[in-house]
Design a protein around this ligand. Structure first.
Ligand SMILES: [Zn+2]
Length: 179
């Protein structure tokens, strides 16, 4: 899980900063923006490192229970590539994926997952389950965890700080997103 290749680590951090920017982008969950969506951002990079697609958590915005950042980004990337197979692609996301998103990563054959903060309540890439590396599945994803984890966690923590969202705070304790 720890990355000893300095070039790769720098690349992953650069990509994670992009995912953080997506998470905090206009219309999502920036404090004061009026959105109830937890700020999570995801970006899909192609085999050559080009950005294919991005997505942010839009569950509240769209009313779609599957509109997690990873799903939004994977769907857009598949549309752009013209097919569902995203092998040799990398998905970068600010928060440890849930079971749905981890399952989607496997089904899309995503080769590499880079995520930021751990999500001990719902995480399915090592916290509660490890869906993407389950030996019973016919595809396993390479995982790099904890990239810029403090910044990624801070973004979510700020969202759940009561004074930032006094009238519309979701009924979840601080630091405990349930997406
Ligand atoms: Zn998810």
């Amino acid at each position: 899980m720890s990355d000893t290749d300095p070039d790769r680590r720098v690349r992953h951090e650069t990509w994670m900063r992009r995912a953080l920017a997506v998470a905090a982008s206009e219309g999502s969950s920036v404090p004061g923006s009026g959105s109830l969506d937890v700020p999570v951002g995801a970006v899909v990079y192609g085999p050559d490192g080009d950005e294919l697609a991005f997505g942010r958590n839009e569950r509240e915005l769209t009313g779609d229970p599957a509109a997690h950042a990873e799903i939004v980004a994977l769907r857009r990337a598949a549309l752009r590539l013209g097919g569902w197979r995203l092998d040799a692609c990398t998905l970068v996301v600010t928060l440890e994926p849930c079971t749905m998103c981890a399952g989607a990563l496997v089904l899309a054959r995503v080769s590499t997952l880079v995520f930021g903060a751990w999500e001990p309540k719902t995480g399915a890439v090592g916290s509660l389950w490890d869906v993407v590396r389950d030996a019973r599945l016919n595809h396993r994803t390479e995982v790099y965890a904890g990239v810029l984890k403090d910044e990624c966690a801070a973004l979510v923590r700020e969202f759940f700080t009561p004074q930032r969202h006094p009238p519309r705070r979701p009924p979840t304790p601080p630091g405990s997103p349930s997406i």
